[in-house]
Design a protein around this ligand. Structure first.
Ligand code: ADP
Ligand code: MG
Length: 250
């Protein structure tokens, strides 16, 4: 119960938000109770799920200004949105005692209400991401199958090592998956091979293909299963969700 998974990659545009929403929605459709947390000041997840400038969100809860609560998106799917204050949170929280543990503490009881909690991380490795890695048991890393996608990943792995040593011994990278996959590109294959040789069975077999419906769904404020059930995007995220359920069952 209450497995907390951070979805992170400090590169922007790799599919973190798209994946958090659609993995969450897919699991919710399978009867799992899911909480999504938008920890990115850009609030893409919040907007993509149709919330427009909510009054309270993760910033207010991190600051201790309000007690934690979530918004129901649909059956089994809940969101803690990002609000405008989150942009200044890294600076504001920097001087707090135990500043790395604020999110962990906040979720201690809350997470038990859910089967899964997914944290959509910002595209940086600052205090918000450190809070996510301290609160989480697992990290998923979405990646584009491009040459440069692998560059810089060492930085992320280095941070994960430090957090594991100093703050959260149970933390593991448990899932790496390819997004925006285009089978016509030879480089895709090369990147897959490199990832598999580095990360072995942590790499999910499912690759999320390039699919315009995935980019359109946020305009309608919904996930891919509600937007277009017959799309490749819905099929691929459906497959990924099956893999996630299977891994967590064994
Ligand atoms: N598989 C995909 N096919 C087509 N467009 C995608 C796909 N995944 C993500 N996108 C689009 O690419 C952009 C970046 O994705 P996003 O999930 O916001 O990345 P991140 O959260 O890592 O910055 C968004 O406009 C999104 O709609
Ligand atoms: Mg994002």
């Amino acid at each position: 119960m209450g497995k907390v998974i951070a979805i992170s990659n400090h590169k922007g545009g790799v599919g973190k938000t798209t994946s958090a929403i659609n993995i969450g929605a897919g699991l919710a459709l399978k009867g799992k109770k899911v909480l999504l947390i938008d920890l990115d000041p850009q609030a893409n997840m919040t907007q993509s799920l149709g919330l427009n400038e909510p009054d309270t969100g993760i910033y207010e809860y991190l600051k201790g200004e309000q007690s934690i609560s979530s918004v129901k998106i649909q059956k089994n799917l809940f969101l803690i949105p990002s609000t405008s204050g989150l942009g200044g949170a890294e600076l504001e929280l920097a001087s707090e005692a135990g500043r790395e543990f604020i999110l962990k503490e906040l979720l201690e009881e809350e997470k038990e209400k859910y089967d899964y909690v997914f944290i959509d991380c910002p595209p940086s490795l600052g205090l918000l991401t450190i809070n996510a890695f301290t609160a989480a048991q697992e990290i998923y890393i979405p990646m584009q199958a491009q040459f440069l996608a692998l560059q810089g990943i060492g930085k992320l792995l280095g941070l994960v090592d430090k957090i594991k040593k100093r703050l959260n011994p149970q933390l593991e990278i448990t899932g790496i998956f390819i997004t925006q996959f285009d089978r016509r590109k030879v480089l895709n294959r090369y990147v897959m091979d490199t990832l598999e040789s580095h990360f072995g069975d942590k790499v999910f077999a499912t690759r999320i293909r390039n699919n315009v419906a995935l980019a359109e769904a946020p305009n309608e404020g919904c996930d891919i299963f509600s937007y277009q059930k017959s799309s490749n995007g819905a099929f691929d995220y459906g497959q990924l969700v099956k893999e996630i359920i299977k891994r967590n069952a064994s």
